[in-house]
Design a protein around this ligand. Structure first.
Ligand SMILES: Nc1ncnc2c1ncn2[C@@H]1O[C@H](COP(=O)(O)OP(=O)(O)OP(=O)(O)O)[C@@H](O)[C@H]1O
Length: 450
């Protein structure tokens, strides 16, 4: 619905509130809602004379409009000629200036170089759907996750896709901090109208890290109005945050409720396979022309996978280490990688090492805890409680016995592959983070072993 339709919708509610029905029929019924200016809606009437008569009813009409549309606007009234003179001409000039506007998109973030796995599939699918048909499917699309998991990447990928398909489309990417700063400086230098025009004219608004806006009252008010105006015009809005809408502390309920009106999706920490695929993609992008062994990729994927930024950082570190200390090497093997990560990796891993423990003691302790036999732990059985126990045993061997490589642990557990051990250790670490009971079990076994 456009502004005039929103306004007309309120007229039946306004009419009974005006004490004199002649005033309504002669002066109010035909008012035109022309545009927004800051937090105001500009109404016009054909004659300047009418302005003085209608003015006293503006606060009452604003109240009715706001309760009808759940907004916070003031109403301002101008005659048609005043409007043409003072506003419309300027607006035309400003509209002509709009093509210069910068979309702030990062061209490096596209769908092509976004690796999809279980942890991010739903968010990627929803983002692509929005990019293919903006404004029709899911608006707003709300994407949340912990830091470094790809929200900014997806937001930019949506914008880049839309612009590639139709370069005339007005797309704007802004962090919510940028939005707030932009708003404050436009208030300071008297360019709030330009600010308004810029945001209200876009086809797709991409707002990153909305959580920063929560406690900024007037910015959040302005964002709410822009949000409503774009929603009413069926424009596409995509928002990211570090938490789901309902957990956004300080955010007004009416904004939270707007956010949940569309589609909300989350991104999880990448699992082992996705982490590895991301590393491979990054190597392809970096055009690394020397071989890096599978073991090295497995090692990084299982040790530095808290988020994708950490994965990327580890890879950069490895490539840098090769540049400085491995000029003569033709490839990167696990031994070289372990050297590159010596300080960050070994210190953490060796913290709990108890050199007098044996693999058999650990297996026995875990088996007893879960009422199983050691041969069940070593077996190929896929029964869930046996798998849980086996994974924990592998994890404890890795953490409590120094210098046990993944390859050696695999051999100790019925001749398994090193990547199976890596995945198991990764799984145990992740489960401990999200399941308190599970963590307690691992800690109890560890205690029994100490
Ligand atoms: N699935 C993926 N495939 C390829 N690269 C990814 C993927 N997910 C994240 N990345 C990369 O990881 C880095 C961090 O991602 P991004 O900045 O999008 O995270 P974020 O969730 O927005 O983090 P923050 O909340 O801290 O802003 C970027 O370089 C991005 O390209």
């Amino acid at each position: 619905m456009n502004l005039q339709e929103n306004w007309s919708q309120c007229l039946p509610k306004i009419k009974p509130q005006i004490d004199d029905s002649v005033v309504f029929d002669s002066f109010i019924h035909d008012l035109q809602a022309r545009t927004y200016e800051g937090n105001s809606i500009i109404l016009t009437t054909p004659f300047e004379f009418n302005v003085g008569i209608v003015e006293e009813y503006l606060p009452l009409m604003a109240e009715i409009y706001n309760s009808e549309h759940n907004t916070h606007y003031e109403l301002k009234l101008l005659s048609d000629s005043q409007f043409e003179k003072e506003y419309n001409k300027k607006e035309l000039q400003e509209e002509e200036e709009i093509p210069e506007f910068s979309d702030n998109l990062n061209p490096d973030f596209t769908f092509d170089n976004f690796v999809v796995g279980n942890s991010n599939r739903i968010a990627q699918n929803a983002s692509l759907a929005v990019a293919m048909k903006p404004g029709t499917a899911y608006s707003p699309l709300f994407i949340y996750s912990n830091s470094g998991l790809g929200k900014t990447h997806l937001l930019n990928a949506i914008g880049n896709y839309i612009k590639k398909k139709d370069p005339k489309k007005m797309v704007l990417y802004a962090s919510s901090e940028q939005f707030v700063n932009d708003y404050i400086s436009s208030l300071g230098n008297g360019t709030i109208k330009e600010f308004n025009l810029r945001y209200r004219n876009i086809d797709t608004l991409l707002i990153d890290d909305i959580q920063f806006i929560a406690s900024k009252e007037s910015s959040s008010e302005m964002f709410f109005n822009i949000f409503n105006s774009l929603q009413n015009d069926n424009k596409q809005i995509v928002i990211t945050s570090d938490k789901p809408p309902k957990d956004l502390k300080g955010m007004e309920n009416r904004l939270v409720s707007r956010f949940t009106n569309g589609l909300t999706v989350s991104i999880d920490t990448p699992e082992f396979e996705t982490s590895k695929a991301i590393l491979q993609k990054k190597l392809e992008i970096e055009k690394v022309d020397y071989p890096i062994s599978e073991e090295v990729l497995d090692f990084i994927s299982s040790h530095f996978n808290r988020d994708v930024r950490e994965l990327e950082g580890s890879l950069k570190r490895l490539l840098f280490y090769k540049l400085v200390f491995g000029q003569s090497k033709e490839s990167i093997d696990l031994e070289f990688a372990l050297e590159a990560f010596a300080d960050s990796y070994k210190t953490e891993e060796t913290k709990t090492v108890q050199n007098d423990l044996t693999v058999d003691e650990i297996k026995k302790c875990v088996a007893t805890y879960y009422n199983l036999s050691v041969s069940q732990i070593n077996s190929k059985s896929r029964t869930s409680n046996i798998i849980v126990a086996r994974h924990i045993a592998m994890y404890l061997v890795r953490n409590l016995i120094s210098d046990m490589s993944f390859i050696q642990i695999g051999k100790e557990f019925g001749g398994r592959d090193h990547s199976t051990v890596m995945k198991a250790c990764d799984k145990v670490e992740k489960n401990m983070k999200k399941d308190a009971m599970y963590k307690k079990a691992v800690q109890e076994i560890k205690k029994k072993l100490s």
